[in-house]
Design a protein around this ligand. Structure first.
Ligand code: SF4
Length: 693
């Protein structure tokens, strides 16, 4: 018997988008194998990738539409036509009564480019609503905002990930990639084998920090003060690349003045990082030509996230790094399609190709592709948290359609957001499984996943990759593109909504042509032939752009912008009632809200837990493995204590993959990116009174 042919495709989870091969085994099984030729992961996968088939054929999969019975309150199975008819009727009723913005759409950073594009078009053309945003606001939006301000373009990494191993020094600010994307950590290991140095900035000594030559553990929410302290010392030591600053940037004088106030002792008082550690960091930065500064969620998920990233970009610019081979600044995007998901129109202020929705020329271009009048396109809507917080209110949407997001677990201040979802007249959720958000819905639509469908994603390097269909979906399940087309037809929309992903991608290419994220020269054939194509790629004969900024930046004058970041600190500092910092993050075995990974038996369900330092544990009488209570101004969580010396004594950590962590987090928003402050809020911990037996 010959072995079944394997289909090369990509992992369903994070932004590394590791290549993998899928084979059918027997009648019901599928097997995941290595795809060594795909350059990003060279055949390596993490535990999540190796076990990704666990949901295929699982009894947890939804296979029929469900509608909530008005009398019993239970969800009952209905046919697809009945479900879509009901949703379309309710949309028309609500829009007739309250206007077009009465219906909102919420997307996800895991959706393929085709789905994200079609969802944006559906909202603007079929629904006529301005109320669309997505969970990418939770993840990368502060780095996007900062990169757009400084460089005129937002592509997570402006160079291939493999460049990391050729740097002399890499500074990771708020990234735990050894746990969140383990195959990427081999670049750090090779860097160190070559004699390169690794610096990690993180309040926790994570598995990534264990690899570091220098670990700085600042107080959560103070990374910007650290960046300003670095700028201060670079200037004081005469280490600023004055020629680069003069030729390739504007605005340094103002940053120089702002950084002058951040002398090392002040930085130590603010961040808790000792002055000798700050000097050691600056010595590493100035001792080698090829330095990379990479930020991730630890730097970004703050009410000052944009300013914090700008501070680290200022450091990179002062050293003359962006555009230099094997050097520069980059953001390590998190979600599977965090990059592409923010480029093609599911964001409240954007149209495909990273065009801005309030730009008349952008509106005219996209409207022509869609065959509608530019004036018919709605304007800018609310950002993700503001949209969720407005649901069911007098001036807010009365209906929400959710694709690819588990809001109940992933939104900040989740109890408040859950109340807003409950206040809706209509909640429609498209999902694979009965997520916590789907469980609240009036209508649940079962959709395809990962290897059951074809589509493109754009990984953390800006490489557009093709996730191929390798297996058939369960009977009764439809793709999101079919759901969108079915609703658009029922709403009487004349514009076409194709369901073939390759056709959608070709239309996306036309809509993005001439935009900042130009995909016009990319096709499925090219992606397959070339193992991915880096945008911008404006024409079929264009080679794509693996490296940006060699000659100029994407600003009108071609120069990068220094922006002065004003330090303010966490939105909710500790006080006598809540004397600790709470920070949140990920663990190796789980992905995002855990809707998929918590259902895979091979992944240990070892959470949630509360990580705290032995000194803190001693002070409150907490015992490793025993229950502990974390309380903030918004809620509380009871979970086993994990007592570790790797965290600051003034900080506790909770992973966010389980219900409860985000009941604690703060919904303070960054003024530019509108990203919530997931990474720090004031908290207290105590040993709870035992529950009665
Ligand atoms: Fe690779 Fe990320 Fe999938 Fe792990 S979760 S296999 S690192 S893409």
């Amino acid at each position: 018997m010959t072995a079944p042919a394997a289909t090369p495709t990509h992992c369903p989870y994070c932004s590394l988008q590791c290549g993998m091969q899928i084979s059918r085994t027997g009648r019901a099984g599928i097997e995941i194998g290595a795809w060594p030729e795909f350059p990003v992961n060279e055949g390596a996968l993490c535990r999540k990738g190796w076990t990704a088939a666990g949901l295929w054929g699982s009894r947890e999969r939804l296979t029929t539409p469900l509608v909530r019975d008005r009398v019993s309150g239970e969800l009952r199975a209905v046919g697809w036509d009945d479900a879509l008819d009901l949703v379309a009727e309710r949309i028309v009723e609500l829009q007739d009564a309250h206007g077009k913005d009465a219906v909102a759409v919420f997307g996800g950073g895991g959706l393929t480019n085709e789905k994200a594009y079609q969802l944006g078009k559906f909202a603007r053309v079929a629904l006529g609503t301005s109320q669309i945003d997505y969970n990418g606001r939770w993840c990368m939006s502060s780095a996007a905002s900062a990169a757009n301000q400084a460089f005129g373009i937002d592509r997570g990494l402006p160079f291939p990930l493999a460049d990391v191993e050729h740097a002399d020094v890499v500074v990771l600010v708020g990234s735990n990639l050894a746990e969140t994307m383990p195959p990427a950590a081999r670049h750090l290991d090779r860097l160190r084998e070559r004699g390169g140095r690794l610096v990690v900035v993180d309040p926790r000594r994570t598995p990534t920090a264990e690899r570091a030559d220098l670990l700085l553990q600042p107080v959560p929410g103070t990374d910007l003060a650290l960046a300003l302290g670095v700028l201060h010392l670079l200037d004081a030591r005469g280490a600023v690349d004055e020629a680069y600053v003069a030729e390739r940037t504007t605005g340094f004088d103002d940053v120089r003045r702002a950084a002058a106030a951040w002398w090392p002792e002040r930085v130590e008082r603010t961040t808790g990082v000792a002055t000798d550690e700050l000097h050691a960091l600056v010595a590493l930065l100035t001792g080698a030509p090829r330095v990379m500064v990479l930020t991730a969620r630890g730097a970004e998920q703050h009410a000052q996230g944009t300013a914090t990233v700008l501070g680290w970009i200022d450091v990179a610019l002062a050293l003359g790094l962006p555009g230099r081979p094997y050097a520069g600044y980059g953001c390590l995007t998190g979600q599977g399609n965090g990059q592409g998901g923010r480029e093609h129109g599911q964001k409240a202020d954007q149209l495909p190709g990273y065009r801005m929705i309030d730009d008349p020329a952008a509106r005219a271009h996209v409207a022509a592709v869609w065959g509608v009048a530019p004036d018919s396109l709605p304007g800018k809507g609310r950002s993700a948290y503001e949209l969720l917080d407005s649901l069911g209110r007098d001036d807010g949407p009365k209906a929400l359609l959710v694709h690819g997001s588990n809001i109940v677990v992933s939104a900040p201040n989740a109890t408040r957001v859950t109340r807003r979802l409950e206040a809706l007249d209509l909640l429609v959720v498209c999902d694979l499984v009965m997520s916590e958000t789907a469980a609240l819905a009036d209508v649940v639509l079962p959709v395809t996943q990962w290897a059951e469908e074809t589509g493109t994603l754009t990984n953390l390097e800006g490489r557009v990759i093709l996730r191929r269909r390798a297996v058939s979906p369960p009977e009764g399940v439809r793709g999101d593109l079919d759901v969108i087309a079915g609703l658009a037809a029922r709403l009487g929309c004349a514009a076409p909504f194709p369901t073939d992903p390759e056709e959608v991608f070709a239309e996306l290419g036309r809509a993005s042509a001439g935009g900042r994220a130009d995909y016009a020269g990319i096709s499925y054939d090219r992606i397959a032939r070339e193992n991915g194509v880096f945008w911008p790629c404006p024409a079929p004969d264009h080679p794509g752009t693996p490296r940006l900024f060699a000659d100029s930046f994407a600003t009108p004058d071609g120069r990068a912008r220094f922006v002065v970041p004003e330090y303010a600190g966490p939105a909710e500092p500790p006080d006598p009632a809540y004397p600790l910092h709470l920070t949140t993050g990920r663990v190796l075995a789980q992905y995002q809200s855990g809707a998929q990974t918590r259902r895979i038996r091979a992944l240990t369900d070892d959470g949630p837990f509360v990580e705290l330092h032995p000194m803190l544990a001693d002070r409150i009488g907490a015992v490793d493995g025993e229950p502990i209570l974390v309380r903030t101004r918004r809620g509380e969580l009871r979970a086993p204590a994990r007592v570790v010396a790797s965290i600051r004594p003034d900080t506790v950590f909770v992973p966010f993959h389980w219900v409860g962590a985000n009941r604690l987090t703060n919904d303070a928003l960054d003024p530019a990116s509108r990203m919530p402050e997931f990474k720090v809020c004031a908290a207290e911990v105590l040993v709870p009174v035992p529950e009665p037996a």
